[in-house]
Structure formats: C-alpha cells, structure tokens
Design a protein around this ligand. Structure first.
Ligand SMILES: [Zn+2]
Length: 173
C-alpha cells in the first residue's frame, strides 16, 4: 500500500522524514510495539514513539494499552488504521475536486486577457475596466485562448475522482 502515491503523500506529511516511513511499513506488516519497531528499523526508540503518536494524532494509527499483571508496566499495542487513511484521502480529494470545479466554471464562462510579459491575467469585465492595459507594465493585454487550461483542469478533476474512488483494503498487510 505504500506504493500508492496518494498514501505516500499523506504519510510523508505526517512522518516528515522519508526514512521514518519504514516505521509505518513495520506497523503495516504487523509489528505492534514501539520497542520491536525500533529494533527492526534501527531507528531510535524516542523517534519511533514520536512518529507513532503523530500517526495517532492524524487518525492513521490506534493503540491499545494493557497492564502487565506481574511487572505492573503498561504496554502499548499499536495498529495501523487503513480506514483512517482511506477517509483522509477521500476528504482531501473531495475538497480538491470542489475547488477545481469552481475554477473550471470560471474558465469556461469567461474570456481572459493577459499581459504579454505575464504580469497579469484578468477576466473580460476586469480587463475592460483597466482599459485592457496591464497595471504593472502598461502593455496592452491580449486575449488568451484558454482551451488548454480548461483541458488541464478537467484532467486534474478526473485524477482526483479516480483517487476518490480509490481505497486500500482495510486488513492490508
Ligand atoms: Zn505587464
């Protein structure tokens, strides 16, 4: 599941350093105590703990606490939360799709005028108020064909829609 670009993106935001992804990998593969994870990954125990709590904080991992009846010590058994990952990917995709659709509507319903030197880009009404002059350099704004922009937005929407329907198996190992 770590091959999935969206999963990677999400996890990278949480674990920050790429080498810490091996902690997540270990967890996914069923190693569930901080000490065992530290041993397997050769990452310092305090870093492993920090990352586990970050995952917990982000809703991507959960833990169960139990008391050893003999030593009276608590042990924490950690689990990766695939459902949490799926939910977050869905949420992110949904909000991206909403933004892109708004953008698409704007592009489809307007004519755009741009500065030949790339300083500014205005929809017709605003460009006309400015007398079709770039406020920055005073050059005349020219009509810009925006088909390629529209196509790019449509493509991006399609990608996020694919991501939205994506989900990793919740018992994935
Ligand atoms: Zn300009």
């Amino acid at each position: 599941m770590l091959d999935e670009p969206l999963v990677q993106e999400l996890l990278n935001e949480v674990v920050q350093a790429e080498e810490n992804l091996s902690i997540v990998e270990c967890l996914i593969n069923g190693t569930n105590t901080d000490e065992e994870i530290a041993e397997k990954t050769e990452i310092k125990l305090n870093i492993v703990r920090k990352i586990l709590y970050k995952l917990y904080d982000s809703g991507l991992a959960s833990y169960k606490r139990s008391k050893d009846p003999e030593t009276q010590w608590y042990t924490y058994s950690w689990e990766f939360d695939a459902a949490g990952v799926n939910n977050q990917i869905k949420e992110k995709s949904a909000s991206k799709i909403a933004d892109l659709k708004e953008n698409l509507e704007l592009e489809e319903n307007n004519m755009f005028f741009v500065c030949p030197e790339g300083h500014s880009r205005f929809a017709f009404d605003q460009a006309s108020e400015l007398g079709f002059i770039c406020p920055e350099c005073g050059n005349e704004s020219t009509f810009q064909e925006n088909d390629s922009i529209i196509n790019r937005i449509k493509e991006e929407i399609a990608n996020y829609e694919k991501a939205y329907s994506f989900s990793i198996p919740e018992n994935a190992k």
